[in-house]
Design a protein around this ligand. Structure first.
Ligand code: HEM
Length: 472
């Protein structure tokens, strides 16, 4: 019998015995992406956003700096924090969904380097705001982001097209998510060309909004929905999804998003993009109904492994609750445009966008990360109490942002400062759980707990321990 010894990424060797792991499946390709996602979140993303809100709370005027920082922060959060996390998880789950293999490691190294470089360059360019340096930096950022998205697509598409499993509904969302990543990066390139051609340091609204919607609902949103369809349903023991409703949700959401994004890019009428966003809302609502994520679980969930975090479902259900709240606001804003009405008060500091990005995207990243990463790694979750506090802080952050962003005249800036601080703290508190799962010490602790659990079960069964297991 052939015995194969593989060396994995942690540098440890393990004997695979009769069924050796294939080289791709022994890799943990998501690790550098998850680390980079959190490094960007805690250096350029959440920190910049919170710093801006605190500056306003302490009376600093919102001048040009506010807009340049807003745009740099938005790009870092969408493509860095959310995008890199999504790319990392995709490299791990897509070949497993498809029961196929994936090319590594150069495509992952290349796409990670390209996307991180693009974010840092755009951030630096908008901080410097001094031509011709800004122009060169932004255009380089545009080219590198598109190259990163194309490299990612060239790695994921063959996996989606190959594989031995029949194509399910999750694959549709992942095809769409990958395509939207390329589209959003292409629009971002157009935006950087505009900045260079106009020697400007502030990007125009129509292209900025097109990048935001295509990255948020198209790239990150479609991926999160695909993974929810395939994995979250099972994790949470949900009732069987309404498949035809889910297919309708997919079609309506994607068609609406195409209409909204391309009417923005082409500067067509505001009514067309509002109509597109209404369809996006409808698609999202039908999706949540179809997935039955807000209904009680049908079955008792399988027992969790030792040292895992049982309340991850609160983050995930909370995320879908905030998604519904966010798209309801979007629907009202779209109706205002279509029928020339004034329903909502004037918004301060983008509350609706942050119901979606903090409420939905961030909660999903922490919820999925605290369930999936320890599972992929065979590791315990560190800081489980901190995760409990993080759920509360995220809700406080979204709630205060929405209330202050729409209504609290006179107190707006101070409450927004509190909202930003709560959001930043929530992410800081979740970092030991998510990044800590990638550490060897968390895997070692898991092995000890799993062995202990096995020993207790064995003894409870009344059998004597085999000779090679030593009683502790
Ligand atoms: C503690 C959490 C956060 C804080 C305090 C924060 C803060 C801010 C602030 C102050 C603005 C400017 C708003 C305006 O003037 O209209 C902004 C815009 C934005 N934020 Fe956040 N943010 C947070 C989280 C996030 C997350 C998680 C994402 C994405 C995943 C995100 C994406 C964006 C985007 C796309 C924009 C608009 C960019 C643009 O208009 O070019 N933010 N944020």
């Amino acid at each position: 019998m052939i015995q194969v010894t593989l060396k994995n990424q942690t540098g440890s060797t393990r004997n695979s015995g009769r069924y050796p792991a294939t080289p791709w499946s022994s890799q943990r390709l998501y690790r550098p992406f998850v680390r980079a996602s959190f490094i960007i979140a805690l250096t350029l993303g959440f920190t910049t956003g919170t710093g801006m809100l605190l500056a306003a709370a302490f009376g600093v005027d919102r001048g040009v700096w506010w807009i340049t920082h807003t745009q740099a922060h938005g790009m870092a959060q969408l493509f860095g924090f959310a995008g890199l996390f999504t790319m990392g998880i995709a490299h791990h789950v897509v070949p497993r969904f498809r029961n196929g293999s994936i090319r590594f490691p150069w495509p992952q190294r290349a796409s990670l380097t390209l996307v991180v470089a693009a974010i840092v360059l755009r951030f630096t360019a908008q901080m410097v705001s001094d031509y011709p340096a800004t122009g060169i930096l932004v255009i380089a950022s545009g080219i590198l982001l598109l190259a990163g998205a194309l490299t990612f697509a060239a790695t994921i598409f063959p996996v989606l097209l190959g594989g031995k499993n029949p194509v399910g509904t999750a694959e549709r969302w992942i095809y769409a998510g990958t395509t939207w990543f390329v589209i959003s990066a292409a629009i971002h390139l157009a935006l950087t060309v505009w900045l260079l051609a106009n020697e400007a340091s502030i990007a125009p609204n129509h292209l900025t909004s097109a990048v935001i919607y295509s990255a948020l609902f198209g790239f990150v949103g479609s991926f999160l929905m695909g993974v929810s369809t395939r994995a979250v349903s099972g994790f949470l023991g949900l009732r069987p999804a309404h498949r035809y409703l889910e297919i309708s949700a997919f079609a309506i959401l994607q068609a609406g998003l195409l209409l909204a994004v391309f009417s923005l890019v082409l500067e067509a009428s505001a009514e067309l993009s509002a109509l597109g966003l209404l369809f996006v809302t409808l698609g999202v609502v039908i999706y949540v109904v179809a997935l039955r994520i807000l209904e009680p679980s049908q079955v008792n969930r399988a027992p969790m492994s030792p040292g895992s975090y049982a309340r991850y479902g609160w983050f995930i259900r909370g995320a879908y609750f905030w998604l519904l709240v966010g798209v309801t606001f979007i629907a009202i804003e779209s109706i205002e445009v279509l029928f020339d009405l004034d329903i909502l008060p004037v918004a301060n500091s983008s509350p609706v966008l942050h119901v979606l990005t903090v409420g939905f995207v961030t909660s999903m990243i922490i919820g999925m990360g605290s369930r999936m990463l320890p599972l992929f790694e065979g590791a315990v979750v560190r800081g489980r109490r901190a995760l409990d506090v993080s759920i509360v802080l995220l809700s406080v952050s979204v709630l205060t942002r929405t209330v202050a962003g729409f209504t609290l005249e006179g107190y707006t800036d101070s409450v927004l400062g509190i909202s930003g601080t709560a959001g930043l703290l929530a992410v800081i508190l979740s970092t030991p759980a998510l990044i800590g799962s990638l550490r060897e010490s968390s895997r070692a602790k898991y092995r000890v707990l799993a062995e202990e659990q096995g020993r207790v079960k064995w003894q409870a069964s009344g059998r004597t321990l085999p000779g090679h297991i030593v009683e502790s």
